[in-house]
Design a protein around this ligand. Sequence first.
Ligand SMILES: [Zn+2]
Length: 94
Amino acid sequence: MPEPRLSMTFTCTVEKCHTRSTHQFTRKSYEKGIVIVQCPGCKNRHLIADHLGWFKESTEDGKLKTVEDLMRAKGERVRRGSISDDGVVEYSPE
Ligand SMILES: [Zn+2]
């Protein structure tokens, strides 16, 4: 049985962007793991949920500065999650 997915409409917080986009991710990632969405307008990534504290020190106003670096560092675990076509990166713990 596929995991239930949540759909969320996100409004970009970047000045002069404010693009609205809709993203889907699993409830498990949202409630227990990591969810990052990419704005289709400015391509910035935004942290939606971080229950594991991976990004605590690398965000500023919810906008990720070093997500690529962090994903490299956590690469193996992030690949066990998923990266979807609509720019969502999600990871849920076992
Ligand atoms: Zn944007």
